[in-house]
Write a protein that binds this ligand. Structure first.
Ligand SMILES: Nc1ncnc2c1ncn2[C@@H]1O[C@H](COP(=O)(O)OP(=O)(O)OP(=O)(O)O)[C@@H](O)[C@H]1O
Ligand SMILES: [Mg+2]
Length: 592
């Protein structure tokens, strides 16, 4: 909504325009860093964010094309930072980085100067009060809930309210719109505050209305075996997936988002190409939710941006996604936040910093790149809320290192911060060993946490951590013997080397490789993962007897083929049992 001039406290003027960077000046009044402003183009006003203040000179990053803007055009400063609107109706939305509802658009992209409301303010929700008159509350306290899809959407005291408050009035269970007051709070100073079901929060600030953030301990099942088995992700943990162009970053993230055991999935798609985003738009709404039998989109929110959107909107999108994730964490939910790719975000930071002519760091990225990335990742985590409930944000970002160089600044900076590292290898992608996560280079630091080890022992198997180590060593050994065989020739090494090599291949083909496009293989619940992992390690421990190395590859390929068919069969079905028996028969042939 365009306000009249008098409604703005501070008005400035345009002094210079360099692409999306506007240099303005302000004679009277204060302008602060990250403040939002509108830049006049007659009726159309462009949205911008203050990125630097230097005396009377204000540097503004415009979120839209500045074509046609002129010197001396007016700049209206709002006094507030870039905010998101939080409330019922967020689920299933597809937003851009500035929280415009893209489904409301006639075209995929917004026209200049256009904004689309984030939530339907007239929509009707049945509010169930849980707080009572006289209750003591503070920012983040739950007042009641509405049912949104399969979830309880908690209505909370606005995070911006300071100090302690008392519920003076709360409505009865009934239907209300987002505009209606559902409660009135008072404090000791006699201040009164009317609460609706909607609140706003600045995206660059973390929502911290919880008691404490603790070290993550519970595994987050992703259904992707090479992650769950070898390098598990945890609830409230962080990880990243670096991979050269086309090695499967997006497919892997989509696979995780489809199956992960999370209550809410937020997907920040900062794609390179518009068609990648269109895929997200068209594919996601069709997907079924394996956990609820409903549509996956019912618990998903997508924040989409492509490189043809202005750089500042791309920079904002990851923060918008994180803030929405924090909002749901405050409701005691398990949130999975995915960003693909964070390199586009870092490039946006680079463009902004370069336009400001800041002293550049490596590869012209801003000097504080590591700090920016670290403080973003730090917003994830597992928290104890003030009401005794818990909530988490697990964050997984992809990085696209140019030329596959893992020494480039974004990868290096992310590696310092993220606790899980899922390196996609070009070689594995070329061999079609998908997902191309390198089993030796990748890691999950959570495996070293005693609380995670205990969780795995209590919830999966007492010997799980040892089994993981055993598999890692086997895979490493497999690579070593393969190198030896390559150097010395097939008959230049002991026969055991060939057996070790093929045993590692067995782990690779049956556990690590997984077809993201097959309904059954794509999704492996932890019970099935445990069964298969124990089964494969059992084979690994067996001694096999061969007269000649030439027998070995053919023999193991037969087992691998059988077990791959098994991976495509429904767990514990007749077909599954038959394949298993057939595999056992082959194994019995050469057992010592
Ligand atoms: N798990 C998988 N199973 C089967 N095929 C896969 C798998 N992962 C990736 N692929 C194949 O690799 C192709 C490229 O994957 P994807 O688009 O995810 O790569 P990317 O790393 O995101 O690429 P970009 O750098 O362009 O974003 C897919 O189209 C698919 O054919
Ligand atoms: Mg991709």
């Amino acid at each position: 909504m365009i306000k009249t001039e008098e409604q703005y406290k501070v008005i400035g003027k345009v002094k210079g325009i360099i692409a999306n960077l506007i240099i303005g000046y302000v004679k009277d009044g204060h302008v602060s860093q990250n403040e939002i402003c509108y830049i006049g183009l007659g009726e159309q006003r462009l949205l911008g964010e203050v990125i630097k203040v230097q005396g009377e000179e204000i540097f503004i990053q415009c979120f839209e094309s500045t074509r046609g803007l002129r010197i001396d055009d007016k700049i209206y400063f709002t006094g507030s930072m870039l905010e998101v609107t939080l409330g019922p109706g967020l689920l299933s939305k597809i937003y851009d980085g500035l929280q415009n509802d893209l489904n409301k658009m006639t075209t995929l992209f917004l026209n200049r100067g256009e904004q689309s409301p984030s939530l339907e303010m007239d929509s009707i929700w049945k509010f169930h009060p849980t707080a009572k008159i006289g209750d003591k509350v503070e920012a983040g306290s739950w007042l009641g809930y509405v049912n949104e899809n399969a979830m309880k959407h908690q209505i909370m005291v606005p995070f911006t309210l300071e100090g302690s408050w008392k519920v003076e009035r709360i409505v009865t269970q009934d239907n209300y719109t987002l505009k209606d007051t559902i409660a009135t709070l008072t404090n000791d100073n006699g201040d009164k505050h009317n609460i609706t079901m909607v609140q706003r929060w600045p995206i660059k600030m973390a929502i911290r209305k919880y008691k404490e953030k603790i070290r993550p301990f519970a595994m987050l099942e992703t259904g992707v075996r090479c992650i769950d088995v070898l390098n598990p992700l945890v609830e409230g943990g962080t990880g990243f997936i670096p991979g050269p162009f086309g090695t499967g970053k997006t497919v892997l993230q989509h696979a995780i988002s489809k199956q992960a055991s999370a209550d809410v999935i937020i997907f920040a798609a900062c794609g390179e190409r518009a068609n990648e985003i269109v895929e997200v738009f068209t594919e996601f709404p069709k997907l079924d939710d394996p956990h609820t039998g409903r549509k996956l989109m019912e618990r998903t929110i997508i924040i989409a941006n492509t490189s043809n959107m202005p750089v500042a909107a791309r920079e904002a999108s990851v923060y918008t996604a994180m803030t929405i994730a924090e909002y749901f964490r405050q409701m005691g939910l398990k949130v999975l936040l995915l960003a693909d790719s964070t390199s586009r975000w870092a490039q946006a930071l680079r463009e902004i910093s370069n336009r400001l002519e800041e002293l550049p760091g490596p590869d012209a990225f801003p000097m504080d790149l590591s700090a920016v990335i670290a403080s973003f990742y730090a917003r994830a985590g597992y928290v104890h809320l003030n009401n005794g409930e818990t909530g988490s944000i697990t964050f997984l970002g992809t990085v696209s290192p140019s030329g596959g160089n893992l020494k480039e600044p974004v990868t290096e900076a992310t590696k310092k911060t993220a606790r899980c590292f899922y390196a996609l290898s070009q070689k594995r992608a070329d061999q079609k060993r998908y997902p191309a996560v390198d089993p030796v280079d990748s890691y999950s630091k959570y495996l070293e946490y005693p609380e995670v080890k205990k969780y795995l022992a209590d919830n999966i198997s007492t010997s799980w951590s040892e089994m993981v180590n055993q598999a890692r060593n086997a895979l490493k050994r497999g690579q070593e013997v393969r190198d030896q065989i390559n150097i010395l020739g097939d008959d230049g090494v002991p026969i055991e080397y060939h057996i070790e090599y093929w045993k590692a291949e067995l782990i690779d083909f049956i556990i690590l490789q997984q077809d993201a496009f097959d309904d059954i293989d794509a999704m492996t619940p932890i019970k099935r993962q445990k069964f298969m992992f124990e089964y494969i390690l059992n084979i690994y421990e067996k001694d096999f007897e061969f007269d000649h190395y030439e027998e070995i590859s053919g023999y193991f390929k037969r087992i691998i083929n059988k077990l791959r068919q098994l991976n495509y069969s429904e767990f514990e079905s007749n077909e599954f049992d038959t394949r298993l028996k057939e595999a056992n028969d082959i194994i019995a042939e050469k057992r010592n």
